[in-house]
Ligand binder design. Sequence first.
Ligand code: SAM
Length: 490
Amino acid sequence: MAPQKTPPKSKGRKRPKDLPKKGEEGYLSLTQLRNRRKRKKQKRDKEDAGAGAGAAEGGDGAAAVITSYCGSNTVAVAAASASITTTAAKKKKNKKKKHAKGSNPDQKYIRAPLKCPTVVAAQQHFSSLSLPYPITLGPLTRWRNISKLPCRSVNGGVKFGLFALGTHDVTVRSSQSPAHHVKINEGVLELERLCEECGVKPFQESSGEGELKFVIINVDRAAKKAQMTLVLNLTKDEELPTSLVELTKKLKGWESLSSLFLHYNKVWKHSNAIFNFDADSWNHLHGPQAIVETLVVDGLPYSVNLRFPPNVFRQANGAAFTKIIERVRTLMPEGGDGNVNVVELYGGVGTIGLHVLDMCKSLISSDENLNNVKAFEDAVKELPKKFRRKPSYKQLSAESMVKEGYLDGGAKVDVVIVDPPRKGCDDVVVNAINNSKAKSLIYVSCGFEAFVRDQKRLEDEGKWKLKVAEGFVLFPGADAIETLAVFERS
Ligand SMILES: C[S@@+](CC[C@H](N)C(=O)[O-])C[C@H]1O[C@@H](n2cnc3c(N)ncnc32)[C@H](O)[C@@H]1O
């Protein structure tokens, strides 16, 4: 007699007790139930998309104009709705569950980038001020041209990836990130393979041991090549272990490598700062010193060859930031007739300032990072002759710039441009802007909460009035919005 088969134990969900049992009317097998759940989910997703598109067209008083500058953008965009319905709240809860611990923070809102809390908050904020807040959204994939990825051991292998939400575990599939430029993903795969081949030890947070902490891959979009920086858990005085010597040798053979740098940053505990400020902690091993990037800016009557060595700030979404530069040019005061004196704080390598030179008499750009100076000056050398005398650079923090009087009554300043980090402007900077003779303030913000605080501090004294505000999704999928704002004297 054949042995009686015991039914296999179900690995997945258990059948809910209140459903019809086998033989009863309406009975569905586990597979049928799973398919029904799938169909429901697809329907929900469709509704999500539809609701978004509807809101974008119809509007709700929040002046939600959505501009997409990529025709092939097929994912739904959604304008904010001021009231969250019960269904929306439920969906949000479900999404929250789905994106709980362990998921990729870059992709959390990718199905509806304009529904992320910060975008919704920004739309509500400007709507409450009766100010239009058009939003520009670009491609949802392949937009990221720089990625800073921690190196950790995952299941015994070497992996590079973003920290998953709420953890210090790297997400394993970072080499397949849809946000990354293809050269980042190829670089990650190559690096993972070579690290294993050379026996490189990934950093371990618990013990502070291991050799390799981060890789920073910066893409030269024109050449389709990668500038790679390995952040080591070593001091510069320590000898490079054989594994890393081997790795650097082999990396130089990767056909898509443009340049290779080592950065020595031995810190015991996990720190958010990937780089330290010590100029001696860098070793340039291969290739050019900097990526040279020429943004294609509509209406710009000259070219700017921006320089990006690995130790300066670079916008991660170059294409989307170009749209901001185009709008800054349109919004420059006095019709951009070449008669204004501009002071730029938090200027980086001159990404904004150097693109408005034809519209100003003089430009003083500034930033606290000393590595910007050479990058800025090298870019200026390649400008058309008539523009070369206009710009100058101060390696100073914004706080020092204002303390040294660059915004004072006596200073030549008609327009101030600020593009601070997420925490916004320091009190002393806002006070100086309030008390300066400038007629116009162009504020590019990547930290919405800080922007609201600074806006209040600027307007409360009755000296400035916010005239224009526009949103740009620079990190589609993440909870963020870049705001371009123009203030004029009230
Ligand atoms: C958001 S980035 C913008 C840079 C530049 N506008 C660009 O688009 O590339 C902020 C810049 O502020 C600089 N920074 C941070 N804190 C600063 C401070 N207190 N004073 C001056 N610059 C600062 C950073 O070095 C960085 O270059």
